[in-house]
Design a protein around this ligand. Structure first.
Ligand SMILES: *Cc1c(COP(=O)(O)O)cnc(C)c1O
Length: 421
């Protein structure tokens, strides 16, 4: 086990390591916090050292048993990013991590590390708007085809989506669970079994899970057979609605081509972003736990309200519900995202949104402040109305990201806004 992860036999939990892991104060004048290494390049001690660092960075030879990749240039590596990557691996028990300047940079770089023209990417649906646009417009131009199955599909339905596809052309299975905004779960194990059944010695098929909504606290996809995890670190990981960032995690073998492409796309995060995320990680568990506790109270309140037609929140799943067993198997907790439908349509939904006082009307999620939005006309407006309805996105639906405010104050705000409708 790596240094600093244990005390005697005790394996320390991630939250105990977020303030210290991967950083040696004595290499930085004793500063308890990592400085911001705002530098583009790093000085080599000797020409031989510079040569050795490049050999490793460009994969020209294997790393020696006790050899470390030295610092070269901040597009390849930087101390703030390396400490952040080390700390992020702890939550998902991943071997390796690469951080990016946005969630979209992480998704684009990761998918292009595996897909070439003529390939197919199988995805769940609905999927994040940016990812949807990337696949249906940008990748289409690159002749990378997308095949789709709906969130909640069983193994047979996932396989059916690949009808007529040569398995040798399948570059990746990319899923998002729970789906946004409907909170329908995608079975990670079923997707992994499908990938394993279709891959060959020549071509491995990575199962990539966008874990932004529940991770890293309430869902750990690698434990359910996924190969790579993606985060928009803009959301819960950053957690304060003040930074855009992303990450990709997995085994060293899977991360290697992703990191290599990141170097040449230049899609890495900057040192300032890395430093901000280090600060955020110290309170990640506290924030996510408080937000989930309040979300349960808010969901219970909404369920009983006469102007609310339905509430989709994972914490409301009960034994006998279609997705209950999958939730129990795959998730550690229900998180803090709630979607609910008002009685009525867009007019009622807008009246509610326009009257909120404490909750802010904005897209994004996972930050300290509660946010509400209207998926049909905002985050999911790119999807045609018929498909929206098929996905369960209706005109009266509101998506709510519950923050760290007092639950009773949030409920008071929802109550007065609902009364205005
Ligand atoms: C926000 C988001 C993204 C994109 O992340 P950015 O940091 O905005 O680039 C990707 N996937 C999901 C699920 C998201 O919520």
């Amino acid at each position: 086990m790596a240094k600093g992860k244990t005390i005697g036999e005790r394996k320390l939990r991630p939250e105990s390591l977020m303030m210290s892991y991967g950083y040696d104060p004595h290499r930085s004048e004793g500063a308890i916090k990592s400085p911001i290494f705002q530098t583009s390049t790093f000085v080599f001690r000797t020409a031989e050292e510079g040569k050795a660092f490049f050999e490793l960075a460009y994969g020209l030879r294997e790393k020696g048993p006790s050899e470390e990749i030295g610092l070269i240039y901040s597009r390849l590596n930087n101390p703030d990013l390396e400490i952040l990557e080390d700390r992020l691996t702890l939550w998902d028990e991943a071997e390796s991590c690469a951080v990016f300047e946005s969630g979209m940079a992480a998704i684009t770089t990761t998918l292009l590390a595996f897909a070439v023209p003529g390939d197919v990417i199988l995805t769940s649906s609905p999927i994040y708007g940016g990812t949807h646009h990337l696949l249906t417009h940008v990748f289409k131009r690159l002749q990378i085809e997308q095949r789709v199955f709906r969130a909640g599909a069983d193994a047979a339905e996932m396989e059916k989506a690949l009808e007529g596809v040569d398995p040798a052309k399948l570059a990746a299975i990319f899923i998002e669970t729970p789906a946004n905004p409907t909170n329908r779960l995608v079975d990670i194990r079923a997707a992994a079994n499908l990938a394993r059944s279709l891959e060959s010695a020549e071509r491995k098929i990575p199962v990539i899970v966008d874990n932004t909504f529940l991770g890293p606290l309430w869902q750990q996809p690698l434990k359910h057979g996924a190969d790579l995890i993606i985060y928009s670190a803009t959301k819960f990981i950053g957690g304060h609605s003040d930074v855009i960032a992303g990450a990709c995690l997995g085994s060293a073998e899977w991360i290697k081509p992703v990191r290599m492409l990141r170097t040449f796309f230049g899609s890495m995060a900057g040192p300032w972003t890395g430093w901000l995320l280090l600060r955020s990680l110290e309170t990640l568990k506290l924030r996510m736990t408080a937000m989930m506790r309040s979300a349960r109270q808010v969901a219970d309140y909404l369920v009983d309200h006469p102007k609310v037609q339905s509430v989709r929140y994972l914490g409301l799943l009960r034994q006998g519900d279609e997705q209950y067993d999958l939730f129990q198997r795959q998730c550690v907790g229900p998180g803090s995202l709630i979607a609910f439908e008002m009685v009525g349509g867009e007019r009622e939904a807008f009246a509610f949104l326009n009257n909120l006082q404490l909750v802010k009307l904005a897209v994004s999620l996972g930050g300290t402040e509660s946010l509400a939005e209207h998926p049909a006309s905002m985050t999911h407006s790119d999807i045609d109305p018929v498909t929206q309805v098929e996905m369960g996105i209706t005109q009266s639906m509101i998506r709510l990201s519950v923050g760290v405010e007092h639950a009773e104050d949030l409920i008071a705000d929802l109550e007065q806004a609902l009364a205005c409708v």
